[in-house]
Design a protein around this ligand. Structure first.
Ligand code: NAD
Length: 506
């Protein structure tokens, strides 16, 4: 059985492969979409390659659920060649209306008439971008946030000529590839996100110019306080809580009048003269403390992954905000992961393939202890999906719980090494599955650990074990029967310390 593709499109073009274009390329490729790129920069391939390397690293940290087979990346010599047969064109060239209009006209002339055309512009109105196009109805703004491969939001903004169908199709594609397409009701310059950011930035520049604080103090004020709140509740929900039990109405009554006090300098624009540029530049250099942009990018990515994962575990495990979005994306990826490999049941089942990511390394430089349990847990989850115990099954009230685990650590796994696990079913009956997992690392596949586990089928509402239904047992039995013909794996049936005792007795 071939799994349905993740995205409703399979071919995209990215025109411009800089900071933002590179991020879009990664998003599309990792969603299994082929991408054609045009960027006249002589080093475009190297720059895109570096963004892709960062994106791959970040995805390795973000999720263990296997992504679809990666799309094919092709660099083209012209816009015409890049867009000829694609379903989505993403324009990410520098922020100049004349340049964007020229590039969009070329795209419009060469792309199929029904291809969607998204512009990454940070603030230009789509009506101004589409004015001279032959098919203006398929042009819209798809404004992402850097790094595009990790931050899910895309502001979708239509111009006067954009069709409702275009907006709907764009949102469907973005949501399918794990992004969060938000439709902005009416076009204005800078849309919503950059309106807010500009207001904050304008105020921040005054605070530095007037020596109220330096850039590091200003950043600390954000990141140790409301920055933490914003990532999970934004502005209005945060203020609702700040209003106490009386909520938003009380908050507005209490703090609304302050807006009329002359606290901020919002509409004044600071003169970014040489002195101020140098002052901010020097303070920013000192703040970076020798870290390069690439190093800062990696730190940023690791932190963002940590925040998104914390949000995934939030709200009592149901997920919250960007974390709930990731959980939903993983739920949609999982059936594809279960259906993809053609498994040979006459051998231990090859269930998980991944790589040792930087976050898994401990102070010894090796994969840290709890990641072994995570990988064996992922292996068990993959087995359960194979026999029909997926998220829908769990949501309907039944599951298998792990009631016993014995892990043996046999060797070390190092940063970046490939990892694969196998699962041998030692026995199963109506309620139980007794499994023996093995973990192999590196190109030669040296065995680094094994785990023996007992799983019990449970009725979660009743809180007790119960026989699995025939639909599950019918898939389980042939595997158990085939595995009964395999030799008992070395290390099965051991308990803690047994190996030592056996050696001592020899
Ligand atoms: N940097 C951000 O944080 C950010 C965030 C959201 C949106 N944007 C928007 O994304 C767009 C791109 O910004 P960026 O930060 O990636 O800039 P960038 O300078 O990093 O990349 C622009 C790329 O476009 C290429 N280019 C120039 N002329 C071209 C042409 N005629 N055809 C194809 N490629 C061409 C350049 O070689 C360069 O690689 C802008 O509209 C910007 O406003 C930027």
């Amino acid at each position: 059985m071939t799994a349905a593709p993740l995205a409703p499109i399979s071919r995209a073009a990215c025109i411009g492969g800089g900071v933002i274009g590179g991020g879009w390329i990664a998003r599309f490729l990792f969603a299994g979409i082929d991408v054609k790129v045009f960027d006249p920069h002589p080093e475009a391939q190297r720059i895109v390659g570096e963004v892709l390397a960062n994106a791959e690293r970040a995805y390795g940290l973000l999720t263990n659920v296997p992504l679809p087979p990666r799309g094919r990346l092709t660099f083209c010599d012209s816009i015409e060649e890049a867009v000829a047969d694609v379903q989505w064109v993403q324009e990410s060239v520098p922020e100049r209306l004349d340049l964007k209009r020229c590039v969009l006209a070329e795209i419009d002339a060469a792309a199929p008439a029904d291809a969607l055309i998204g512009s990454s512009t940070s603030g230009l109105k789509p009506s101004d971008l589409q004015a001279e196009l032959t098919h203006p109805e398929r042009l819209f703004v798809a404004h992402p946030y850097n790094p595009v491969y990790l931050l899910p939001l895309v502001e979708i903004v239509g111009g006067t000529a954009t069709s409702a169908a275009t907006i709907e199709r764009a949102k469907t594609v973005l949501d399918a590839i794990g992004m969060k397409g938000v439709v902005i009701a009416r076009e204005i310059e800078a849309f919503v996100g950059d309106r807010l950011l500009e207001a904050l930035w304008r105020e921040a520049l005054w605070l530095i110019k007037d020596d109220i604080c330096d850039v590091e103090t200003l950043d600390d004020v954000i990141r140790y306080s409301f920055g933490l709140r914003w990532a999970q509740m934004g502005l209005f929900q945060t203020y609702r809580i700040a209003g106490g039990e009386a909520g938003m109405r009380h908050f507005l009554a209490q703090f609304g009048p302050c807006l009329k006090w002359p606290w901020t300098r919002l509409t004044d624009v600071v003169d970014l003269d040489d002195a101020l540029v140098e002052k901010i530049g020097a303070q920013s250099d000192a703040q970076a403390n020798g870290l390069s942009i690439r190093e800062l990018e990696r730190i940023r990515d690791e932190n963002l992954v940590g925040i998104v994962q914390a949000l995934k575990a939030g709200n009592g495990g149901a997920g919250w905000g960007a974390g709930a979005l990731l959980a939903d994306f993983e739920r949609r990826l999982q059936p594809m992961a279960g259906a993809a490999p053609a498994l040979d049941i006459e051998a231990p089942l090859a269930l998980v393939e991944t790589r040792v990511s930087p976050a898994w390394i401990d102070y010894n430089g090796h994969m840290t202890e709890h990641r072994y349990l995570q990988l064996f847990g992922d292996t068990t989850d993959a087995l359960l999906r194979l026999i029909g115990v997926d998220m829908a099954y769990v949501e309907a009230g039944h599951s298998y719980f792990t009631v016993e685990t014995h892990i043996r650590h046999l060797d070390e796994a190092r940063l970046g090494e490939t990892l694969r696990t196998t699962c041998q079913i030692l026995a199963s009956d109506e309620k139980r599955i007794h499994v023996f997992h093995r973990l192999f690392a590196g190109p030669e596949g040296h065995e680094v650990a094994s785990a023996e586990q007992m799983l019990l089928h449970v009725d979660m509402a009743a809180g007790r074990t119960t026989p699995a239904p025939e639909t599950v047992l019918a898939r389980l039995r042939p595997i158990t029967a085939a595995h009964a013909r395999l030799p008992m794996p070395e290390g099965a049936g051991r308990s803690v310390g047994q190996k030592k005792q056996a050696a001592a007795a020899e």
